[in-house]
Write a protein that binds this ligand. Structure first.
Ligand code: ADP
Ligand code: MG
Length: 712
């Protein structure tokens, strides 16, 4: 058997540079590459006559070259090649941009195949940047071509080649991953064929069959894993917290009145906490709905019942913020709270660990640092994880294991439609805060292009002069990206439309977006646009100490404009900040934009979200911008996100809090998900724990899933 875990570098044509790019796409092993599925397909199999093609249609033509290839250098970085081709029905002018080498490949009088978008002019046709093949040596035409999500630097051709070689490498040597009886019962294609057909379909029908099988496997694995987790926790005997400890004591001490929704979820949680069965609850609530205070009140209940509580947040900034808020409300009740971060100094850490195990700390707040082995509680009764999608199942289990079947509350701002949540989080009960605290002003959202820069900047100045503060978020912080960007900018055209259409087909998914690193943006904001204001930047790779200092200064109003990567995405609370500017907003997923927008509008001031997008971002990009402008409702945005994500746009991983699927799409595959759910229940009912021989392969799939530390 071929080892699917072997490094992807052993695949033919994959050299060190390509390995790096593939790694950027989360492809590390042969198996990763084989399961890196195309996001769409281009049907180049139908060969058409020129005159029969609709204006704007993408098609393959077979045509003879009837003129010399003409080269025209219009400026330093711009050459245009033109030639005329014809078939029995018509003539077509073909143009290539910046691909001088083609002159050597195309000979007058010869016939070739060309695939591209045909444009009808008054008395002729045009095709820009077609791919082409010599007759008899077809490589790019005459078949259905996969199109992969990719990054700059890695062309479609390169990925296709790598995948083809990977398939070649495993050949017949590939073990079926689903049990025979399931394949038969549900009429599913075998794994070998499915992989071949999903990458290089021999027909649309075969591709759909392959997809069906792969989606089935992926969803079934998820469902079986969930059922297993749920089964485990239900059998446990947990803690029944003290009925005489009243949550209302804290509630009455708060500086504000809780919303009805907050009170309702607290009642649900209170009830859970008093039961002997361990609580396993998901608390969903849109950004700013007030989840922290709910966690705080639960922690109070646990502590006053004689237990400790652990609060785990995904970032140090967030953990510190929770620490401050918890202290403010709970210290007056004599509750001892401490904070443990990765950056906590050895001496302080030692002290915390000693106090924790001695039971002198009631609530420990922290980051992943809480997961460390030497963090030992005296009597851990409640575990809260904030922004749960940032933690994997394994991490949740690790912290839970530090107590004896403690109650668990996981909080998320990802508004998943309820039907979906029930399936996805089958192992959790769900509470929803579906109401924002009163007097919140609606955040006004504007999607703007470069042309509006000056107006936007003036608007920012006006707000800062009124005492407000501003976030500017931009993607990525890599120097190298920056250098590469310089060279592509030279390439750029003045006119966006032209730039778009001049992209070679093979490159259209590898187009380098106009990304500027956070440092560069800081320079621009600091020195060019806002020299009279205090501008600072913060990003993930900075030292913790520096990050903390900057956040502190921002909170205290010592910084006017904070430029950052998405480190401030979750949870940060600075009520005086009233403008969120997102640079390259079309590069972010909807759910993430919604999270970012949630950083403003947290105080009494009218707040604004300004989404700067690239006018060339394409239709889907524009549709995302439109959605953000039209609604503030996280649930609507989540639905739309699901729908648009079906288009396979690559935004990196784990930005949305929904499970990452390699092929399934929760929007289109909802019916499949429902039927798979009942299949999973049936299997579980017959063979809980998957111990039967016939389910051996399923056991393997579930174990594999459990090993990956990702949200299910
Ligand atoms: P999230 O649900 O996004 O984590 P937070 O818990 O950070 O939201 O709450 C956002 C802000 O709203 C905080 O400043 C918090 O103190 C405040 N808040 C929470 N509940 C209420 C309420 N019922 N009335 C007024 N303000 C509230
Ligand atoms: Mg929060």
């Amino acid at each position: 058997m071929v080892d699917l875990k072997q490094n992807v570098q052993y695949v033919k044509t994959v050299g060190p540079t390509k390995v790096k790019y593939l790694n950027n796409l989360n492809i590390y092993t042969l198996g990763d590459l084989l399961t890196y599925f195309p996001r769409e397909y281009e049907d180049r199999s139908n060969i058409k006559s020129i005159a029969n093609i609709q204006n704007g249609e993408e098609a393959t033509i077979e045509a003879r070259v009837v003129s010399e290839v003409n080269i025209n250098r219009i400026r330093k970085n711009m050459t245009i090649l033109k030639t005329v081709v014809e078939d029995n029905t018509g003539r077509c002018i073909i143009t290539w941009f910046n691909q001088t080498y083609i002159k050597q490949c195309i000979k007058r009088g010869e016939t070739y195949r060309f695939f591209g978008k045909l444009i009808k002019e008054v008395n002729h046709f045009e095709m820009n940047n077609p791919v082409f093949d010599e007759i008899g040596k077809e490589k790019n035409t005459g078949k259905i071509m996969p199109i992969y999500p990719t990054t700059y630097g890695l062309s479609q051709t390169a990925i296709r080649q790598a995948v083809a070689n990977a398939l070649e490498l495993v050949k017949e040597d590939f073990e079926e991953t689903l049990p025979e009886y399931l394949l038969k019962e549900y009429n599913l294609a075998g794994i070998k064929n499915s992989l071949k057909e999903i990458h290089f379909p021999s027909s649309k029908n075969n591709r759909l069959e392959a997809r069906k099988r792969l989606v089935f496997e992926e969803l079934l694995t998820m469902q079986l894993t969930l059922l297993e987790l749920k089964g485990k926790s239900e059998k446990n005997i947990g803690i029944s917290f003290d009925k005489n400890v009243k949550m209302s004591d804290v509630i009455n001490s708060l500086p504000f009145k809780l919303t009805k929704a907050q009170l309702k979820v607290l009642e649900e949680i209170d009830n859970d906490m008093e039961q002997i069965k361990p609580m396993n609850r998901l608390l969903q609530g849109d950004v700013g709905s007030g989840k922290t205070v709910v966690a705080m009140i639960c922690a109070y209940k646990a502590v006053k019942s004689g237990y400790q509580a652990a609060i785990m947040a995904p970032t140090a900034i967030l953990a510190e913020q929770h620490f401050e808020e918890f202290k403010k409300i709970l210290e007056p009740f004599g509750i001892k709270i401490d904070l443990l971060l990765g950056s906590t100094k050895a001496k302080k850490r030692k002290e915390i660990l000693e106090n924790l195990v001695a039971g002198k700390i009631d609530i420990l707040i922290g980051t992943h640092a809480l997961l460390t082995e030497n963090v030992i509680f005296n009597k851990l009764g409640l575990v809260v994880t904030d922004e749960q999608h940032r933690f994997g199942v394994k991490q949740r289990e690790t912290i839970i294991a530090k107590g004896l079947n403690p109650d668990v509350l996981v909080m998320t701002a990802t508004p998943i439609p309820r039907t979906l949540a029930l399936i996805l989080y089958g192992d959790l009960d769900i509470s929803i805060i579906d109401e924002l605290p009163p007097n919140r002003k609606k955040i006004e959202t504007y999607a703007v292009t470069k042309r509006m820069d000056e107006r936007v900047n003036n608007f920012i100045k006006k707000n800062i002069n009124e005492g407000r503060q501003v976030y500017v978020v931009c993607p990525l912080v890599e120097e190298k990206e920056d250098e590469e960007q310089e060279s592509t900018l030279e390439f750029d055209f003045e006119d966006g439309q032209e730039y778009q259409s001049s992209q070679n087909y093979e490159q259209k998914n590898a187009k380098k977006p106009d990304l500027k690193a956070v440092k560069k943006w800081t320079e621009i904001y600091k020195n060019e646009i806002f020299p009279e204001y205090k501008v600072e930047c913060i990003y993930g790779k900075m030292k913790q100490k520096d990050k903390d200092e900057i956040m502190e200064n921002f909170k205290n109003g010592k910084i006017d404009i904070l430029i950052s990567t998405t480190v401030i995405e979750v949870g940060v609370n600075v009520p005086n900040a009233s403008i969120m500017v997102v640079e390259n907003a079309d590069r972010f997923g909807l759910a993430q934009l919604h999270q970012l927008r949630g950083r403003v509008g947290r105080g009494e001031y009218q707040s604004y979200c300004i989404l700067k997008y690239n006018s060339q971002c394409g239709e889907i990009g524009r549709e995302r911008m439109k959605t953000m402008q039209e609604t503030n409702d996280g649930f609507v945005i989540a639905e739309k996100d699901l729908e648009l994500r079906g288009t396979g746009e690559f935004f990196g991983t784990r930005q949305h809090g929904l499970p990452e699927f390699k092929i399934a799409n929760l929007f289109v595959d909802m019916p499949m998900l429902k039927s798979v759910q009942s299949v999973a229940l049936k299997i579980e009912a017959e063979d809980s724990g998957l111990k039967l021989e016939k389910n051996e392969k399923l056991r393997k799939l579930v174990d594999g899933k459990l090993k990956q530390n990702i949200p299910l």
